[in-house]
Design a binder for this molecule. Sequence first.
Ligand code: PEP
Ligand code: MN
Length: 304
Amino acid sequence: MLACYDDIVPPRKDVPVYIAGPCSAESELQVLKTAEALSQKGVTLFRAGVWKPRTRPGHFEGVGIKGLKWLKRVQEEFGMEAITEVGTIQHIAATIDHGLKHAWLGARTTSSPFAVQEIAYSLSKSNLSIYVKNPVNPDINLWLGAVERLYRSGVRKLGAIHRGFSYYGEGRYRNMPMWQIALNFRQRVPGIQFICDNSHISGQADLLFSVAHTAMHLGYDGLMTEVHITPNNALSDARQQITPSMYLNMLSKVDRFLLMGSPIIREVQAETLQNELQTLEVEIADLKRCRSILKEVLNEKFIM
Ligand code: PEP
Ligand code: MN
């Protein structure tokens, strides 16, 4: 186990890191139009996936390398650095070749130590900064392990992204935030830039602000949010994407919260706590249901 991560490049503390852009790069026009709108909104990094890790085949799997050319144009024309997801060493090479300086590891990649190890080796020879999303399942060690593998390979420009954890069944969130795991991770890797992906936690536009608000309340360094010029036409994650103007609205509420003082804050805090409470109540009800089913089975089949 590593004793410390002292020399990880620290996050900026003066301004929040706002990463925004579409789930996927779909066309040059969609990318450039979204980027143009976001470049006026103080966005730190422009995100777009060009290789999409779909859980099941047969869905949109990304446009591939040509999307990197569009991201290069974003950097040149709008002065925003771009970031994309990498999952293989070929992705890393292509990303660097197209002049990108940042990439993230998706939740499915973080779950695979073989993949992470290979990526770590390839990244050690580059200058790319890398954000590690939490794994799909609530296993803090997989997340810590991925960061540790990268660190041991010499990667120092490292950040982490909390995107929630999958669970079986229907719930309020697409991925459960399980804030306690994220906070525990952060304590174990102090000083790492820590971002909340409020889009993949929420899974729907309505929850984006309350998740963002909770994250900023907990002292996260910033947010990753999916923004699409026409969310209804998005080829992936359409339900959770918002327009640039909805994004601006969300950011201004977050910024107001960070500055404190506005009366809206109390309402918003109350709403966030109510959301958390409702989620816990659903979980408690589920657990109670499971308990009574187990009791019945035990009584009927084993205790005569
Ligand atoms: C994404 O950011 O679009 C994505 C696929 O995310 P995750 O790896 O968190 O599912
Ligand atoms: Mn997505």
